[in-house]
Design a protein around this ligand. Structure first.
Ligand code: SF4
Length: 452
């Protein structure tokens, strides 16, 4: 989402831009470097994340060595807590932005284009360094209420390469109707205390939808953290989609305490087929401790309302929240089966930058990582490898696309189980598993990058 919405801001300001989604295009580090060298930009805006940080670092070091005059700007969750430290310690970065939904990027580019003697002004939501390696950090400022985004350049993204388990049509595009979150869960970097919460005007979203329709997009993934956080506005959007004949099939994230019958009816009528809910745990005390502010009763009610309307329910759970035992976790898995989730995602608990936990990590205790991986694998097997579940998914197949998605999903689950069983890194990176098993491979690839 960072790069998508920055593409609109930069295009509107008159910059010539290009996008490389190296993961979707399955580019190797060398191919990525070649692509950048051919395009020869003045600035690169790179999305880096906590999960891929070690690899991002290696890659960016290589890129900087080859292109010493290129300005490299980072965006991503990793800068939320320790942006100053990261920019200071990593010489390949010229700066970073802390908010992709405002105009920070334009101010930072303008500043970094100025003669080095003038690099001193503080810019809100930006951190950068001058030639003496002095860090200049602006204040963090978040807009509240309504905000506007320039039309993002969906046309530059390889949307035909994007495949999602929940999509029912193809191709799928992402968009967001708001930014941040109205809630404050302790484990989440997107919480209100961190990013605030602001919403886009309905007219602007309708314009984006018209543009997506003209591109042949059939499926939408609304990336709001909680679709319907502002119910009145969400219903208005659904009604406008129907009125303007913007027929899409779509899915989104929401919360069990936000949806109600009126909202669900409007969502269903405008094409919504799946809602993803963050449930996290079946234990009311744990939910209270992590400030999730939902109860198991609310979960049951929301799932039943969705089921009555034929809306699929996906639930995300966190395995091993502080204080939980294996027995507690397995109760959560049983609960996922009982409430008849269409999909369940079991994620291992951890501390991410920008969360309430990251401010005092010493107070947060989890079960050992290996133990959590083992429990997670058992949870996945227990939920997915049930004949009744497999049969119900097979009965859902209506098109070749459904069949493709289901086979990829099934293979993904099996490979992931095998991978984590052997304690291998999940395949989300530019380096192969053989590279992860042997750090010399990574060094070799980096030498290759240097040669290029
Ligand atoms: S987990 Fe969801 S509801 Fe909670 S703070 Fe994060 S985005 Fe908001």
């Amino acid at each position: 989402m960072d790069l998508l919405y920055l593409s609109g801001t930069l295009s509107e300001a008159g910059y010539e831009i290009n996008i490389l989604d190296a993961l979707a295009k399955r580019c190797s580090p060398v191919e990525t470097i070649n692509y950048i060298s051919d395009y020869n930009p003045d600035f690169i805006v790179v999305l880096v994340g906590t999960i891929s940080w070690e690899e991002d670092k290696r890659f960016l070091k290589g890129l900087r060595a080859l292109h010493p005059n290129l300005k490299i700007i980072g965006t991503g969750d990793i800068f939320l807590d320790e942006g100053i430290k990261i920019i200071k310690e990593n010489s390949f970065f010229d700066g970073c932005i802390l908010d992709f939904s405002d105009k920070s990027i334009l101010n930072l580019i303008k500043q970094l284009s100025a003669p080095s003697s003038q690099l001193s002004a503080q810019i809100d939501n930006c951190i950068y360094k001058n030639n003496e390696n002095n860090i200049i950090a602006g204040s963090v400022s978040r807009i509240k209420g309504e905000f506007s985004l320039a039309m993002p350049r969906h046309d530059l993204f390889p949307i035909k390469e994007y495949k999602y388990a929940f999509s029912r049509e193809f191709p799928t595009a992402h968009l967001m109707t708001d930014f941040g979150c109205a809630f404050n869960c302790s484990f989440c970097p997107i919480r209100n205390d961190n990013l605030g919460f602001k919403v886009r005007p309905v007219d602007e979203i309708i314009e984006e939808l018209k543009y997506l329709k003209s591109m042949g997009v059939k499926e939408l993934y609304f990336r709001d953290q909680t679709f319907g956080a502002n119910k009145k506005r969400a219903i208005e959007l659904c009604e406008r989609m129907i009125k303007e004949d913007l027929k899409f099939s779509w899915y989104c994230f929401s919360r069990v305490d936000v949806i109600n019958e009126e909202l669900l009816d409007a969502m269903k009528a405008s094409g919504c087929h799946t809602i993803i809910f963050g449930i996290e745990s079946v234990n009311d005390k744990t939910l209270l401790d992590v400030h999730k502010r939902i109860t198991i009763e609310k979960v049951k009610n929301a799932f039943s309302l969705c089921k009555k309307r034929g809306i699929r329910r996906a639930a995300t759970f966190i395995i091993g929240l502080p204080g939980e035992t294996e027995e507690d976790i397995m109760k959560t898995v049983d609960f996922a089966k009982d409430i008849d989730c269409s999909f369940a995602s079991f994620n291992v608990a951890g501390i991410r930058p920008g969360t309430e936990w990251s401010h005092s990590p010493e107070k947060i205790h989890f079960l050992p990582d290996k133990e959590l991986q083992r429990i997670r694998n058992n949870a996945i097997k227990k939920f997915y490898l049930r004949p009744s579940y497999i049969l119900s998914r097979l009965f859902e197949i209506k098109t070749i696309h459904d069949l493709n998605v289901l086979s990829e999903e099934g293979m993904g689950i099996i490979l992931n189980l095998l991978r984590t069983k052997e304690n291998k890194k999940p395949k989300t990176s530019l380096y192969t598993e053989a590279d992860h098993a042997n750090s010399e491979n990574i060094e070799e690839k980096e030498k290759e990058v240097q040669k290029v």
